[in-house]
Each structure stands twice: as structure tokens, then as C-alpha cells.
Design a binder for this molecule. Structure first.
Ligand SMILES: N[C@@H](CCC(=O)N[C@@H](CS)C(=O)NCC(=O)O)C(=O)O
Length: 210
């Protein structure tokens, strides 16, 4: 399988899940922001022109970071990255994974690309501010849902954890966020310390702004 990825981007979580599961990927770094020809090539596969974009062995293209994480976890069930179908823990992981993918990730995009979400140039700053406020509220909700940790499922690591770490690392002021969110801070520390994830964290340049 071929994965289009870029530093500081949403391909981190799928790559972390693949690393934990021992799934080998052909990796294609695609600088969606600065490399016009790479971006055009990516758009030929994914009309959104976004990473992550995964090309399966049968040629089908899979987008959406959460879908790719779930697919990788299902490929290697013995890695235990997603609880089994009859476990309530699975519902818990799915709830919070999709909360991040459908709620927090879009709030981050609102903050990062506010001009895409309004036709009024005078409204750009207000859209960005609304994205920031929504993202902070989202993290308050996740902080309140976490237990003793360090992970969502306590001592048991799941695919939720690198997904959360990725979006945490994008925060405009991670120091302030983590200072007021001790459970998120503990989760992030635990994810970053995992031997199969730490090299990827560095390669993705996620740590520098913490
Ligand atoms: N819903 C998508 C969002 C992916 C996304 O927005 N990726 C960003 C990088 S974090 C990107 O490629 N942005 C380039 C662009 O939108 O032009 C997912 O979860 O995979």
C-alpha cells in the first residue's frame, strides 16, 4: 500500500497505527503546501488534494485519516489497537475517535484555513476565532472524558491515542492547553514515549512547538 504523507499533517495517526501494527507502507512525501507538481499528482488521486491519501493494492484510493486508522487496526487485530466488536471499549474508542475526526479536526481546519469557510474577507478573523474557541471547547470535553490514563482505555493503548496526540500537537498554544489539561498532557507524553512512535513523531516535526 502506498501512503501519501507530509510533515505535521494528518497522515501521522495512520502512520503511527501502521507502525504499532507492523504494517509496511510505501511512503510518498507530498508537500501539499509548497510543491505544485506533487499537489497536482495527489489531486489526480484525491480530489480534495489532502494527505493522508492511501492507495490500496487493488488501486482503490482511501482518504480520511480515521478510516485509514480503522482499516490498519482491522488488518492486524492481534495488535489490539481497536477492541473486539463485542466489547463496549470498542464503542468508546469509536465515539472518541470520531469526535476528534468529525469535530476537533474540522475546528482545527477552521482555525488554520479560515478563508475557506467564508465568502466575506472581512469575516476571516472572526471565523478563525470561532474555530479556536470551538477547538478549545472540544479539548475540554475530551479532558473531562479521560480517566486515570495514561490512555483513553487506561493502561491499554488504542488507535485513539496517536490520533489525539496528533491534533494536540497542532494546537496554536500547546503549552497553555496542556497546562490546563493534565489528562491530555499525560496521554501525549505516553504516546510520544512509545518506541515505535517516537521516531515518527520526530520525523513529522510535531514536537518542536510543545
Ligand atoms: N478529513 C481529512 C482531512 C485531511 C486534511 O485536511 N489534511 C491536510 C493536512 S493536515 C491537508 O492535506 N491539507 C491540504 C489542503 O487542504 O489543501 C482527514 O481526516 O484525512
Amino acid at each position: 500500500m502506498k501512503l501519501y504523507w507530509n510533515v505535521r499533517c494528518g497522515s501521522f495517526a495512520p502512520e503511527a497505527v501502521a507502525a504499532e501494527a507492523g504494517i509496511a507502507l510505501e511512503r510518498v512525501r507530498t508537500d501539499v503546501r509548497n510543491d505544485a507538481s506533487a499537489y497536482a499528482g495527489l489531486r489526480a488521486l484525491n480530489p480534495m488534494g489532502q494527505v493522508p491519501t492511501l492507495v490500496l493494492e487493488d488501486g482503490r484510493v482511501i482518504t480520511e485519516s480515521a478510516a485509514i486508522c480503522l482499516w490498519f487496526a482491522d488488518l492486524v487485530p492481534e495488535a489490539g489497537l481497536l477492541p473486539p466488536p463485542d466489547s463496549p471499549d470498542r464503542a468508546w474508542v469509536l465515539r472518541w475517535l470520531l469526535f476528534l475526526a468529525c469535530e476537533a479536526y474540522p475546528a482545527d481546519l477552521l482555525e488554520a484555513y479560515p478563508e475557506r469557510y467564508t465568502t466575506d474577507p472581512d469575516a476571516v478573523a472572526a471565523v478563525r476565532a470561532a474555530g479556536s474557541a470551538r477547538l478549545d471547547r472540544d479539548w475540554e470535553i475530551v479532558e473531562a472524558a479521560l480517566g486515570e490514563g495514561p490512555y483513553l482505555l487506561g493502561e491499554t493503548f488504542s488507535l485513539f491515542d496517536p490520533y489525539a496526540a496528533m491534533i494536540l500537537a497542532w494546537h496554536r498554544d500547546p503549552k497553555a492547553l496542556l497546562a490546563r489539561s493534565p489528562k491530555l498532557a499525560r496521554l501525549l507524553d505516553a504516546v510520544m514515549a512509545r518506541p515505535k512512535i517516537a521516531p515518527l513523531w520526530d520525523e513529522y516535526d510535531l514536537g518542536v512547538r510543545l
